[in-house]
Every structure is written in structure tokens, then in C-alpha cells.
Design a protein. Sequence first.
Length: 242
Amino acid sequence: MTHAAPAPVSVSVPVPAPAAGPWVEKWLSPARYGIYLAQADGDQARALALYEWNTALSCAVLRDIGHLEVALRNAYAAALDTTWAGNGHWLDDPASPLRAPLLRTKKGGHRGTRHVDINDKTRKAIDGARARYGAQAPPGKIIADLTLGVWRYLSTAAHEKTLWVPHLHYAFPPGTRRATVDKAIGDLHELRNRAAHWEPLLAAPVTRRMNDLVTVAGLLSPDLAAYIQHSSQVTTLLATRP
């Protein structure tokens, strides 16, 4: 009886990293690379290390904000599920505060005074998700598809009477101020967009924004806030900046 010879084991040889050089500027663009070179006093190796640090920090920021985003959309959905009494689901009912036209007057610019329906983008986002997943898709599928930008704007002053007072404030402890929640979520949304597009966070108030994140998460769930604080890598990365 013969036995087949064992397959050879391939051993991967580590590829040495190339030294920082013109390829980095070509990769990042002169403008983007120049930001890191300036911070590194012209030291190309340090500039590349700083860019990698910024990338790691962006990933850590996105992770923490992502945890809050999931909690926020689920809390808002639960509050609307409990309080909406329309004929259809609040995602689809034309009378829903997410869909009904909400006109506001905008002045200035080359267009002059005009009326803007601030629910237009929300409607289009919901309808876009419906088009992707079908009219029979369960609400949870549509909710999960909506971006942080959709949920972020539901707490603005324009939605106070139509959304916050009758519905969304139930997602938070009694006495929570809409303006406090909206300011924190708005700032986090801006930071999230910078991180998602790999923009420099070198001068961004990351520590302040993470404190905002923990505050809002704590209003939704103290345990979630504690979990994010315990598992976050943001503080460690901030302390190890090249």
C-alpha cells in the first residue's frame, strides 16, 4: 500500500517595506502628502508613519461611531414603532413625519427666497432602499440600509414639533434636550464623514467628539457607553501619535 506524499508547505517570506520616497506622494497626491510632511518637519519616514496612524485612528473612530449609529437608529425606530398611529408603517405612510412635506423658507444666494422640503432627502433614501430590496422587504431591512446622515437630521430644530416632541424624545431619558442630542450627533456625523473619506484627523477634536459619543450612547444605554469606552482604541491611538 502506497501513501501519497504530503503536499509541500509553502512558507511566505515577509516582503520588506519600501522606504518612503516619491511613490508615496504619487499614491497620496502632493496636496495630501504635504499635510503629513509639514507635520513631520519634512521627514518622509515619519510622514508615512503619521499617515498610517491617521488611518488607524480613522478606523477606530468609525468603529465607535458605528456602534452608536446602530443604537441610535434602533432606538429611533422603537420610539416610532411605539408612538406612530398612522394607517401604514412610518417608513411608508405618506402622512409619516419622515415622509410628509416639511417646507422651510431659505433666503439668500442666487436663487433668492425659496421653499425647501427638508423631508425630500429622507423620502428618497427610504424609496431608494425600497427599490433595492423590494416593496415586501421588512422594515428592519430598510432601516438598516439608511445612512447615519438620515438619522442625524431627524433631531434638528426643523423636526422638533413633528418628530422630536411626539416621537423621538421617547428614545431618551425624560428631560433630555433635543438641542443637546442634535449638536452632539451633528458633530459626530461630521467627524464620521472625515474619517470615512480618510481625511486628516490631525487637528480634529477627536477626544471631545468621543466624549460626545459616550454621552449620547449613555442616554440610550449606559451599558453600551461602558462597552464602547472599554473596547475603544481611540484613546490608545491618540497617545501613540508618531
